[in-house]
Design a protein around this ligand. Structure first.
Ligand SMILES: [Fe+2]
Length: 383
C-alpha cells in the first residue's frame, strides 16, 4: 500500500541538463533581437547601483560586436522621477537608450527624444542576468507580439466604446473611449506588437513580459490634465509591497482618474487609505507573456496574460513604502494595485475572462504559435 506522498500522477519533468543549453540559446535570441543595435549606433545606458553589472556588460558586449558604441550614466537610484538637467546632453547625443529609470516612459524630454526617432529599451524586468534562464525570457517574443495584436483588435475601430472591469469581489469600474483615444493609445510600437527596438521612436520592455497598457495618458496625447471618463470601484486582490493577497475586500473608488475613497477595516485597508486617497491612475497595465509567473507581483505587477496592474501616482510619498521597500525600483510616490482574476469587457465583448486573456485562443495567435511548437503548451501551460 502506497502512502499519498508516494503517488505520482504527473510526469516527473525533464532533467535540467537535457534542456538548459537549448533554453539558454532560445533566450539569447530574444535578447539579441530586442537590443537591435546597428553599426555606428551611439548607445546610452541609464542605470542605478542595484542593477546587476553583468546586465550592462551583456548589453555592452552585444553593442561592441555590432560596431555600436556605449556610454553609461549611473544615477544614485532607479527611482528617478525626472531627467536630471546634467544628463540631457548625454541623452540627446544617443541613438539608442537602455534604461532602468522610473521616469523613462513619461519624462517629456525622453518623449521628445523618441518622437525624434531615438529607440528605447526599458529593463525593469532585466535587472539580473540570471533572468535569461527563466521561461518568460525564452518564450518567443514575436509570439507575445501576436498576442498583443490580437488583443488590440478587440478594441473596436471607428466608434465610441466602454471598457468595463469586474470580478467576484464586486469591482465595477469603467473607462469610456473615443475613436481618437483608441488610435492614439494603439499607435506606438507596443500595441502594434513590435517587440524589438528596431524602429525609430520605439519603446520596448525587456524581458518581453510587460505589455502595452489598456489605458494610459498616451490616449490623451500625454496631457496629464485632459479629462478622462473613468469611474467606479476596484477591489484589488493585492499590491506591490504586501506579502500576501488581501484577505478583506478593499474598495478603491475612482472619480475620473483619481481615487477618492478607500473602504475596509483591515490593517492593509488603513495603510492603503492613507496611501491612495488623492492618487491618480497613470497606467493600467496588462500582462501578455504566457510564461510570466502569475503570482509574482514584485517589482511592478504580475505580467501573466490577463493579470492587471493599476499604476497609481500618489498625492504624497508613502511612509509605508519607504519602510517596506526602501530599495524598490519605483519611487515611494507610486503604487501598483493588482488583480489576477478580472473580467474585462470591451464594447460588450470579452477581452479577459476571469483572468484569462481571450486572445490566447484567437485563431491568428494559435496559428502563429504552431510555428514555434505546441500551441497549448506554449499558450496555456502556465508557470
Ligand atoms: Fe506597469
Amino acid at each position: 500500500m502506497m502512502t499519498t506522498d508516494e503517488l505520482i500522477g504527473l510526469p516527473p519533468g525533464v532533467r535540467a541538463a537535457t534542456t538548459d543549453t537549448r533554453n539558454y540559446f532560445a533566450a539569447l535570441e530574444n535578447f539579441q533581437r530586442t537590443f537591435a543595435f546597428g553599426q555606428g549606433d551611439k548607445v546610452l545606458l541609464l542605470t542605478d547601483p542595484l542593477l546587476d553589472t553583468r546586465v550592462a556588460d551583456a548589453v555592452m558586449g552585444l553593442a561592441r560586436a555590432r560596431g555600436a558604441t556605449v556610454r553609461q550614466y549611473m544615477e544614485s537610484t532607479s527611482q528617478v522621477t525626472e531627467v536630471p538637467e546634467l544628463v540631457k546632453a548625454l541623452v540627446a547625443d544617443a541613438d539608442f537608450v537602455v534604461s532602468t529609470w522610473f521616469c523613462s516612459i513619461f519624462d517629456p524630454f525622453f518623449i521628445a527624444q523618441r518622437a525624434a526617432g531615438q529607440r528605447w529599451v526599458k529593463i525593469t524586468y532585466f535587472r539580473d542576468l540570471d533572468l535569461l534562464h527563466t521561461p518568460q525570457a525564452r518564450f518567443p517574443a514575436e509570439l507575445v507580439g501576436e498576442i498583443i495584436r490580437a488583443t488590440a483588435q478587440r478594441y473596436p475601430a471607428g466608434k465610441d466604446f466602454t471598457v468595463k472591469f469586474s470580478d467576484v469581489r464586486g469591482s465595477d469600474f469603467s473607462i469610456d473611449y473615443t475613436p481618437e483615444m483608441r488610435q492614439l493609445l494603439q499607435a506606438g510600437n507596443r500595441w502594434r506588437g513590435k517587440m524589438f527596438a528596431d524602429e525609430p521612436g520605439c519603446y520596448v520592455h525587456y524581458l518581453p513580459t510587460h505589455g502595452p497598457n489598456l489605458w494610459d495618458r498616451t490616449a490623451h496625447r500625454n496631457d496629464a490634465n485632459a479629462p478622462v471618463t473613468m469611474s467606479g470601484t476596484l477591489y484589488p486582490q493585492w499590491a506591490v509591497g504586501f506579502a500576501k493577497p488581501f484577505a478583506e475586500k478593499i474598495g478603491c473608488r475612482f472619480e475620473s482618474d483619481t481615487i477618492v475613497e478607500v473602504t475596509g477595516e483591515s490593517e492593509e485597508a488603513v495603510i492603503l487609505r492613507e496611501m491612495l486617497v488623492g492618487g491618480r491612475l497613470i497606467e493600467l497595465g496588462c500582462g501578455f507573456n504566457p510564461k510570466a509567473p502569475r503570482h509574482t507581483i514584485y517589482p511592478a505587477g504580475s505580467n501573466a496574460p490577463g493579470a492587471l496592474h493599476f499604476g497609481i501616482d500618489l498625492a504624497k510619498p508613502s511612509e509605508y513604502i519607504l519602510r517596506t521597500m526602501p530599495q524598490w525600483e519605483e519611487p515611494p510616490v507610486h503604487m501598483d494595485l493588482v488583480t489576477l482574476d478580472s473580467t474585462v469587457q470591451v464594447d460588450g465583448q470579452s477581452l479577459i475572462d476571469g483572468g484569462f486573456l481571450t486572445a490566447l485562443r484567437d485563431p491568428a495567435v494559435r496559428a502563429a504559435a504552431e510555428k514555434f511548437g505546441n500551441p497549448i503548451e506554449l499558450l496555456e501551460t502556465a508557470i
